[in-house]
Design a protein around this ligand. Sequence first.
Ligand code: NDP
Ligand code: GDR
Length: 343
Amino acid sequence: MSRRALITGITGQDGSYLAEHLLSLGYQVWGLIRGQANPRKSRISRLVSDLCFVNGDLLDQGSLVAAVDKVQPDEVYNLAAISFVPMSWEQAELTTDVNGMGVLRTLEAIRLVCGLDKSRNGSSGQIRFYQASSSEMFGQVVESPQHEMTNFHPRSPYGVAKTYGHFITRNYRESFDMYGVSGILFNHESPRRGAEFVTRKISLAVAQIKLGLQDKLYLGNLDAVRDWGFAGDYVRAMHLMLQQDEPTDYVVGTGRTHSVHDAVRMAFECVGLNWRDHVVIDPGLVRPAEVETLCADPSRAKAELGWEPSVTFEQLMHMMVESDLQNVSRERELGDLILASSW
Ligand code: NDP
Ligand code: GDR
């Protein structure tokens, strides 16, 4: 019988890539869907006939118990979150509830369902749990590059809530002998990235500017430095983490850094334009507490999982600009332009 995976956050960037990856490995893939007519279900429309769906919300404990009980998964990937950092200052309580308490609720749902089902006794009957932890937990860095033992100093309500999710996953592993791991993933992007995040905001604006639909791109801190990779590579690491004999946490990133400034320059170069003619700094887009620089040390993931990234940052920006040129051209023909982010 094929293995069964339950993915929360399946309509997000990572959920869509992970679903594709697990389907390609022969898994039966279930996605947790919330709301009545989820608008983002279109992101996985090409997969809909291959997927199964179950209703649930990370804010609702009962719905999670019912979902886990119905699906009886071998593996649960908790990718659901409010994932845009600036939003977490505007809706701090909601962010804490979804990104922090939501992890606890998912762990409790697994514990309850496993506890009720006597056939799940022993490690072979365990439901394995993956938590989407984040490099934002490092925040104001005390050492570089950052590895699994680096101390956390989160700089946003998002980072603080993710840190709770990280530690409660570790605590359930230690307290109840659950198979739970956290992937501390650094920024990863793709043509499916939400339009608020800086790489996609840039690639979309470059396409609109190239096609004469926009002239200026407003950005915040161009000096911020990140370790950016390709989302398709990172979901492979998530799956590998759950296949290890012993559960432990892993840092996943490329070990290479670029600034927002580099991203802007590369994206405009892709279409033969000079970024200086179009980019405007908007102080309103600078964050209340910025994470200035992050760089991964993925040595453990490379050594123990055999994981390697396959896409360079240059290739990633190129891929995103090409994709948005096609998207914007198509939308222009349909008279239905993709809305630029106001963030
Ligand atoms: P997205 O923002 O693209 O997707 C977030 C998903 O969470 C959506 O499917 C959304 O569903 C779902 N969601 C939000 N609130 C709830 C809720 N209350 N109940 C159930 N589902 C909910 O994020 P990514 O795919 O980029 O990221 C996946 C995870 O990885 C997130 O947890 C993020 O914080 C974390 N992460 C991401 C990194 C990155 O660089 N991408 C790096 C490190 C960590 P809906 O369609 O209903 O809104
Ligand atoms: P981040 O990603 O906050 O690192 O979180 P984002 O792309 O939003 O910001 C990266 C850096 O770019 C700077 N920046 C801008 N960012 C945005 N969005 N818009 C701008 O106009 C702009 N100008 C400069 C930011 O200040 C920041 O320094 C992402 C999310 O996916 C999280 O969920 C995840 O946990 C982390 O990556 C790892």
